[in-house]
Design a protein around this ligand. Structure first.
Ligand SMILES: *[C@@H]1O[C@H](CO)[C@@H](O)[C@H](O)[C@H]1NC(C)=O
Ligand SMILES: *[C@@H]1O[C@H](CO)[C@@H](O)[C@H](O)[C@H]1NC(C)=O
Ligand SMILES: *[C@@H]1O[C@H](CO)[C@@H](O)[C@H](O)[C@H]1NC(C)=O
Ligand SMILES: *[C@@H]1O[C@H](CO)[C@@H](O)[C@H](O)[C@H]1NC(C)=O
Ligand SMILES: *[C@@H]1O[C@H](CO)[C@@H](O)[C@H](O)[C@H]1NC(C)=O
Ligand SMILES: *[C@@H]1O[C@H](CO)[C@@H](O)[C@H](O)[C@H]1NC(C)=O
Length: 439
């Protein structure tokens, strides 16, 4: 019996590791088609080149692009120059010394383009630009998940020379995105004349950029803790969920002594502004099973920010739980159900209410910054149970990044099974956990 238990625990560990790896390495089962697409449409030839519109569309359902925003780059093949541009700016003009009569806007072989600020004057704007490079998550705010800019490209000897730029790169806002090469695609069409006529671009080039935290080399930033009304045990985040490891002689990047204390000026200069906790995460999500009624049950979800400097504007949370196929009600968050592929548990996406809690503020000397809501769920009497960890979430993401869950044998147990579940229950528990993780 004992041996079997150890065996199962090892199995669970492997499953957890494999899961984390999958998530880290690109493929997200909750958003399998997520990408940021880059489209370049040529819609007019000019004597020495063409006019083009570049559209950046964030198709990630719950991964947004935060300040300082996106930066897009590529490499010209034919020594093209950008004569003029609206809706974005090129960060460097480059060497335009060979031009005498008219000076181009950008002569760089590898231009880097960034968005304008909201204060940009009207003549420099396009209809959809100027948000300092911020793109919202598409399932939350579709209209602001897209941005475009226009440019006039020249210094070519007519259109036979038109070539697709190479080496497209996207920083959004830092590394982590890998873009496929731009390829010729079905021309973009626009509907004109009140829907009676379609006009199409001369050429359309497309690329899709996908995010990988493995490429981003980002350590986890988030963990999950659990509690219930029926057990006084609070399951903390797993110790060292985030960046505990001392790399070489570099101590953990946190501030305060064993508790949450504000950083000294010196700490901020060293980029140490996350409170020292056992989990060492900047963000903790707490799931509290609050009450159990006849036809409903209630959970309180709290997101805490242990970072003393950085706020999270427009934060979001994805939670996967089998109960989300029932109708649910939130009190202080906005939410939507996410479409999930067959066989996976339902997931819901939560975010802040306008003018109320869209900002998850930084910690102060007393408390972490936090946002919280109650979630009231309908009960499916066939599947609902408080035993075997069923009432706890299967998976949580904060701003698109996976949060570390406690191990199932650490979950708060029902009191009639004692503080620690018996071996039999223990095994049942683990088997059910494995089934939920699709093994
Ligand atoms: C990018 O996302 C869109 C929308 O989900 C999808 O239609 C398209 O196929 C995706 N592109 C790639 C290359 O995955
Ligand atoms: C300027 O023109 C000369 C002669 O054609 C060429 O060798 C040089 O590379 C050009 N410089 C730039 C910056 O394009
Ligand atoms: C694109 O990048 C690759 C790898 O960095 C490099 O080998 C290649 O020469 C680049 N292509 C152009 C046109 O700059
Ligand atoms: C964080 O939010 C607080 C309160 O809204 C604000 O005073 C502070 O300037 C913000 N800090 C940063 C770094 O944006
Ligand atoms: C929700 O899922 C449970 C199984 O997890 C199933 O028994 C129930 O019929 C589902 N309810 C709806 C409304 O799909
Ligand atoms: C909830 O989200 C929707 C979609 O983004 C938005 O239209 C609505 O205003 C939000 N409601 C509140 C109260 O924030």
């Amino acid at each position: 019996m004992m041996l079997l238990l150890i065996y199962l625990k090892v199995l669970v560990l492997i499953v957890l590791l494999v899961n984390t790896w999958n998530v880290a390495d690109c493929y997200d089962p909750l958003d399998p088609n997520g990408n940021i697409s880059i489209t370049i449409d040529i819609y007019q030839w000019t004597p020495d080149g063409y006019q083009a519109r570049v559209t950046i569309q964030n198709y990630y359902q719950y991964r947004h692009v935060e300040k300082p925003g996106w930066a897009l780059g590529w490499r010209w093949i034919n020594k093209e120059v950008i004569w003029s541009m609206t809706g974005a700016i090129a960060t460097h003009q480059g060497d335009c010394s060979n031009f005498t009569t008219r000076v181009p806007y950008c002569c760089k072989e590898n231009p880097v383009l960034i968005d304008l600020t909201p204060e940009a004057p009207p003549e420099t704007r396009t209809a959809n630009c100027c948000r300092s490079g911020v793109l919202t998550a598409s399932a939350i705010d579709m209209p602001n998940s897209l941005s475009y800019f226009d440019m006039i490209i020249g210094h070519l000897d007519g259109k036979p020379n038109v070539q697709i730029p190479h080496n497209l790169t996207l920083l959004a806002p830092s590394i982590g995105y890998t873009c496929s090469p731009l390829v010729d695609s079905t021309p973009t069409t626009v509907i004109v004349d009140g829907g009676l006529r379609k006009e199409q671009a001369f050429r359309t080039w497309k690329s899709a950029c996908t995010y990988s935290s493995f490429v981003a080399k980002k350590s986890p930033a988030c963990c999950v803790s659990l509690s219930t009304f029926y057990n006084t045990r609070i399951t903390p985040c797993p110790a060292c969920s985030c960046d505990c490891g001392t790399v070489g002689n570099v101590p953990p990047q946190c501030t305060g002594e064993g508790s949450v204390k504000p950083p000294l000026e010196r700490d901020i200069q060293l980029n140490r502004y996350i409170g020292c906790t056992d989990h060492m995460c900047a963000v903790r999500v707490h799931w509290h099973v609050k009450s159990n009624y006849k036809g409903h049950w209630r959970v309180k979800v709290t997101v805490s920010n242990y970072d003393f400097v950085n706020n999270h504007s427009n934060w979001n949370l994805v939670i996967q739980h089998p109960s989300f196929n029932q109708s649910l009600q939130t009190f202080s968050f906005n939410y939507t159900k996410l479409p999930t592929s067959a066989g996976t548990d339902e997931a819901a996406l939560f975010w802040g209410l306008n003018y109320y809690n869209t900002m998850l503020v930084h910690a102060d000397e007393k408390d972490p910054g936090s946002v919280t809501t109650d979630v009231l769920m309908n009960k499916d009497l066939e599947s609902f149970t408080l035993s075997n960890g069923w009432a706890f979430p299967r998976r949580i993401y904060f701003n698109g990044d996976n949060c570390q869950m406690p191990m199932p044998d650490e979950f708060p147990a029902l009191p009639n099974s004692g503080l620690r579940p018996s071996n039999f229950q223990h095994i049942l528990f683990l088997i059910i956990f494995l089934i939920f993780h699709g093994v």
